[in-house]
Design a protein around this ligand. Structure first.
Ligand code: SF4
Length: 225
């Protein structure tokens, strides 16, 4: 069961030093309980307490980071399922899709709109955060060239790389270096290969199941790996 802020506070060193970026231990404990920050942000908590609080306060969906350096998109990590119950800490991202089945002009147009489109909606600025690059033709060289183009044209874009071929994805993930794209999508047939690419590259991996049971099964395979 999730711990309350007061229960978490009892396990903190209570230095009120602010090194976690929050002025007091009480405020920090409340944020950990609400899933708005992680216990590891306090440098004075022992590994044992970290594990205890980390497990008890872990959200049902773990936090996943796509990207690297100054350009990271965070998803998951929510403690609630519905937006009306509570504010989402990591709102759903918006991505623009480009694929190897599109001609150069179409790709350029989409990348240009990725950079320029901004909508203000009830005080919130909406804009695309990610570019999804799809291997739609099975041509590894064309896919790699498209990934390279996106990396060069959209310097702050977080990437999603989509291909059924693990080898194609592994090469493209290497091209991305520390920009750590999301690799999509592992199926029952290639889960082992996807797990290996995820481990070697440090990139998050997405799962593509035919139905919910299938998706759970593939996810379990990846988790075991
Ligand atoms: S870094 Fe730790 S001890 Fe310091 S204020 Fe934050 S929670 Fe308290």
């Amino acid at each position: 069961m999730a711990l309350t802020g007061i229960q978490i506070l009892k396990m903190l060193p209570k230095k009120n030093c602010g090194e976690c970026g929050i002025p007091t231990c009480l405020a920090f404990a409340m944020k950990v309980a609400a899933g708005q920050t992680e216990i590891g942000e306090c440098p004075y908590v022992s590994d044992e307490v970290k594990e205890q609080i980390g497990e008890a306060s872990a959200p049902p969906i773990r936090t996943v980071k796509i990207g690297g350096g100054d350009h990271v998109y965070t998803i998951g990590g929510e403690t609630c399922l519905f937006r009306h119950e509570k504010r989402f800490e990591n709102p759903t991202g918006i991505a623009v899709l480009v694929g190897t089945d599109q001609d150069g002009a179409a790709v350029d147009g989409r990348l240009e709109r990725f950079k320029s489109l901004r909508y203000e909606r009830v005080g919130v600025m909406l804009q695309a955060d990610m570019v999804a690059v799809k291997d739609a033709t099975g041509d590894a060289a064309a896919f790699n060239a498209l990934v390279k183009k996106v990396l060069e044209t959209c310097e702050d874009a977080k990437l999603i790389l989509i291909s059924d071929n693990p080898e194609t994805l592994a090469a493209a993930a290497k091209e991305c270096g520390d920009r750590k794209p999301l690799l999509f999508g592992a199926t029952g047939d290639n889960a082992e290969a996807f797990a290996k690419i995820g481990q070697d590259s440090g990139c998050p991996v997405g799962v593509k199941g035919g139905n919910l049971d299938d998706t759970v099964e593939i996810s379990e395979k990846l988790q075991e790996a």
